[in-house]
Ligand binder design. Structure first.
Ligand SMILES: Nc1ncnc2c1ncn2[C@@H]1O[C@H](COP(=O)(O)OP(=O)(O)O)[C@@H](O)[C@H]1O
Ligand SMILES: [Mg+2]
Length: 466
């Protein structure tokens, strides 16, 4: 699926016919090629787009503000009149305006979409962050100008392109609202010729033709029903009809000429980033120890992971694995919280631990001064989510403990053997960090965002360990 061809209608001045142009061009382009998806939206909060295209009773799928909040553009699109798709306008853009400063957000959102065809963007008459985003994403920028001052204002758009290292090639001036009745003596016979000459003098490229000022077209916006009617359906006998058709045709041919889309690179980058994320996840998934790190029961299967309570990783990232909830909880109670009796899963203490564990990171590490081979000491730390130490306990490692009449091997040993011990059963500098996982979907912690969070916490904690 190739990226859509983006046409942005922009000018630094209001009342030059931007919205009229954007809405009508959508219809003319659709009329040129019925199978061509045409999507329209506006960062101007006049709701003209909605008034012209919304089919009664539809709506409610979101609006243009959502384009900046990570929504998938495809999900925001409504099917409108005349076969044109549109995204609803927003009256709340001013709230977002202060938060946004990245002109590439829209390019990303559209680049990842499956909209295809043509996207037409109407903008407000200034260079706010929404206009900047619309310019940044554009394959073609149509700049309506109606007089010399509005032409002088174009400089801001050109400056935006220059200062962002963008080619000026997409930019085109289009004289609009030109009064055909005015005639001059001298080399420029009418305002249209004059504007073109001005533009060319400044090195600006123009579209062919212009859009004339027409009382009929103006009246399509102002009628008792409060509807806005298109020129194609209600102004067919006007010059503007012919002029709009001509402009639409140029834009269409421009699209066919232009195989490389502005959004291609965003699609490409995103795609690569997506693939990298996928393969990083797959690598982590492959690295997972197949068994519970304490009891050795098989947990990790090719297509799923059995319910587990905790995820553990060694600080050198060589060992990744899961622990059954019961195994870890019992181990903590017995060795670090010094419980005299066995705590069972239905004990309230167990619930309390499970509850608070969700906000904790647990660390197993060689105790600061342990050197003696025969008497190693192990530190057990608990940190909260902000990386603050909550508790620290040091225990002597004893492989066997006397229990009643028999000797029993400590559960800590299998865990340490699978994680921190070297071949001689010695603790090194590496530590083990443990985190509660969602029981039903333990692998969730390996997903991008959660894993990022986890490694960030690990880095923060490691700076606090001796
Ligand atoms: N070709 C035209 N002839 C006459 N009036 C027009 C024409 N195009 C737009 N208008 C009118 O000019 C005014 C401004 O148009 P609009 O499209 O809203 O401009 P902008 O979006 O640049 O502010 C509106 O009242 C509109 O009806
Ligand atoms: Mg407008």
């Amino acid at each position: 699926m190739s990226a859509p061809y983006v046409i942005t209608i922009s000018s630094d001045k209001g009342g030059v016919g931007k919205t009229t142009l954007a809405t009508n061009l959508a219809i003319y382009l659709k009329a040129l090629h019925e199978d061509l998806p045409v999507t329209l939206f506006s960062f101007d909060n006049h709701f003209s787009v909605d008034q012209m295209f919304r089919i009664n009773g539809s709506g409610g799928s979101g609006n243009v503000a959502n384009l900046f909040g990570g929504a998938v553009a495809d999900n925001l699109v409504e099917t409108g009149e005349y076969g044109v798709q549109f995204i609803a306008s927003s009256g709340d853009l001013h709230k977002l305006r202060r938060e946004l400063d990245n002109p590439a957000l829209l390019a990303k959102a559209l680049g990842q979409s499956r909209l295809g065809g043509i996207v037409i963007i109407d903008t407000r008459p200034d260079l706010d962050i929404f206009t900047q985003n619309a310019l940044f994403a554009a394959d073609r920028v149509v700049i309506p100008v109606k007089d010399a001052p509005s032409l002088a204002n174009c400089r801001h758009i050109y400056d935006f392109f220059d200062s962002n290292g963008l080619s000026r090639r997409p930019l085109r001036i289009l004289p609009c609202l030109v009064d055909g009745r005015i005639h001059y003596d001298g080399p420029f016979r009418d305002p249209y010729q004059l504007l073109k000459a001005y533009a060319i003098n400044r090195g600006y490229r123009c579209m062919e033709g212009y859009i004339a000022k027409s009382p009929k077209v103006e009246s399509l916006n102002t009628n008792p029903e409060g509807k806005i009617y298109p020129v194609l359906t209600h102004g067919r006998h006007t010059d503007v009809h012919v002029q709009l058709a001509h402009v639409a045709r140029q834009l269409y041919l421009g699209m066919l000429d232009n195989q490389q889309r502005r959004l291609d690179e965003f699609q490409q980058n995103e795609f690569q980033a997506f693939e990298q994320r996928q393969s990083a996840y797959a690598d982590r998934r492959l690295q997972i120890h197949p068994n519970c790190l304490v009891c050795g029961r098989s947990l990790v299967h090719e297509n799923h992971i059995d319910p587990a309570g905790y995820f553990a990783q060694s600080s050198d990232k060589k060992i990744l694995g899961f622990l059954e909830e019961e195994c870890f909880t019992k181990l903590v109670f017995r060795y670090f919280y010094g419980a005299r009796r066995t705590i069972e899963p239905n004990d309230p203490t167990w619930d309390l631990f499970r509850e608070t564990a969700q906000r904790s990171y647990f660390i197993l590490h060689r105790a600061p001064h342990t050197r003696n081979f025969y008497q190693q000491q192990l530190s057990f730390y608990r940190f909260d989510e902000t990386g603050l130490e909550v508790s620290h306990k040091v225990i002597e490692l004893q492989e066997f403990e006397k229990r009643l009449l028999s000797k029993e091997r400590s559960d800590l040993f299998p865990l340490l053997e699978r994680t921190l011990f070297d071949a001689e059963g010695r603790l090194g500098d590496t530590f083990l960090i443990l985190r509660k996982v969602s029981t039903d979907l333990p692998e969730e912690i390996l997903y991008d965002q959660s894993y990022d969070q986890f490694t960030t916490a690990m880095a923060r904690i490691s700076t606090q360990l001796p």
